[in-house]
Design a protein around this ligand. Structure first.
Ligand SMILES: NC(=O)c1ccc[n+]([C@@H]2O[C@H](COP(=O)([O-])OP(=O)(O)OC[C@H]3O[C@@H](n4cnc5c(N)ncnc54)[C@H](O)[C@@H]3O)[C@@H](O)[C@H]2O)c1
Length: 320
């Protein structure tokens, strides 16, 4: 199926980088049935080919789909190109410490996408995701709405999961966001958090919890440090992010206009400019339709500024 106004095949997805995150995302996408064609690309061609073979053997047990390893030209008409290429964090390493290695990798990947005259949506997953989304915006020349960072979609899922466990309620009924950097300076936006419209603290009290300050600090810290904990135990995180990738692709492909905390360029929201970070945004067929700057209290706003400044400091060291 072709999009009416350009050369985009709405049934096709490409994944660049087929390590833990790329292969788990490809597996989740295969199971979703959203696409009928998927191309896997990696500098390690054997890796891409092996993953394509392995994942394609699930096809007869799911739905027809063409899955193969390929080149950048194979991605030219994909509706969504997902970049997960790059080094992952080593135990104890912060996301921001990956920056120079992975910006270098993006400097080799983005020009190859540019050469394809790509018309779809670019979804950046590699870390540090905010810096690399900024890098992709600067290097690709694509309209900003078509460049999405997976941002704090995963962190927000971790927050909702933990709150669901804590309160004994379906985590889908919890409405709360992690905003700012996907990393050490991220912010749990407690002041807008609620469970089906009931302010979070009132709902906690309904469930017999009154020590709000202690619980908020404990849960936000646990969410922030979750990647470190998982990496310490099993070297990498990939299932949670794979589901986040699937969710973002679904919002785009089905033009859902879902509100997801993806990362994108800030243009004066909360007085923040020229930095990419996560903010709830409406996501649909054109990528990011608009940001939804949720209400934050003074303390959250101060931390959001700090988060933006931490990212700006890293950006100031980069050359494009
Ligand atoms: N955004 C998130 O929430 C999130 C969550 C988990 C991991 N990550 C990030 O995803 C990235 C991948 O993690 P991983 O665990 O899959 O790492 P990995 O080392 O298992 O895989 C990385 C893959 O990238 C490939 N690669 C390297 N340079 C390339 C290039 N120039 N072109 C194409 N492919 C290239 C490698 O060959 C490898 O297969 C890391 O940066 C990690 O920090 C992001």
């Amino acid at each position: 199926m072709k999009n009416s106004n350009c050369d985009v095949n709405l049934r096709k997805v490409a994944v660049i980088g087929c390590g833990f995150v790329g292969s788990a995302s490809a597996f989740a996408l295969m199971q979703s049935g959203m696409f009928s064609e998927m191309v896997l690309i990696d500098v390690d061609k054997d890796r891409a080919e092996g993953e394509a073979l392995d994942i394609s053997h699930g096809v007869p047990l799911n739905r027809p789909m063409k899955i193969y390893s390929g080149e950048y030209k194979d991605a030219s008409d994909a509706a969504i190109v997902i970049i997960t290429a790059g080094a992952g964090q080593k135990p104890g390493e912060t996301r921001l410490e990956l920056v120079h290695k992975n910006v270098g990798i993006f400097k080799s990947i983005i020009p190859q996408i540019n050469e394809c005259n790509f018309k779809g949506i670019l979804l950046i997953v590699s870390n540090p995701v905010d810096i690399l989304t900024y890098t992709a915006i600067k290097l690709s020349g694509l309209p900003e709405n078509r460049i999405i960072g997976s941002g704090t979609v995963l962190d927000t899922a971790r927050l909702k999961y933990q709150l669901g466990q804590h309160l004994g309620v379906d985590s889908r009924s919890v409405h709360a966001f992690i905003i700012g950097e996907h990393g050490d300076s991220e912010i749990a936006a407690w002041s807008s958090a609620n469970v089906s419209g009931i302010p979070i603290n009132s709902f906690c009290e309904m469930r017999g919890y009154f020590n709000h300050e202690e619980a908020m600090i404990r849960i936000a810290d646990s969410v922030k440090n979750m990647a470190y904990e998982i990496i310490e135990k099993k070297k990498a995180t990939y299932y949670g992010i794979a589901m986040s990738v699937k969710r973002i692709c679904e919002a785009i492909l089905r033009d859902e206009k879902s509100i997801l905390p993806v990362s994108s360029m800030m243009h004066g929201e909360y007085g923040i400019e020229n930095v990419v970070l996560s903010m709830p945004s409406i996501v649909g067929k054109d990528g990011i339709e608009t940001k939804v700057p949720i209400t934050v209290n003074e303390n959250e706003c101060t931390h959001l500024m700090k988060s933006a400044n931490a990212l700006k400091e890293v950006i100031s060291e980069l050359e494009f």
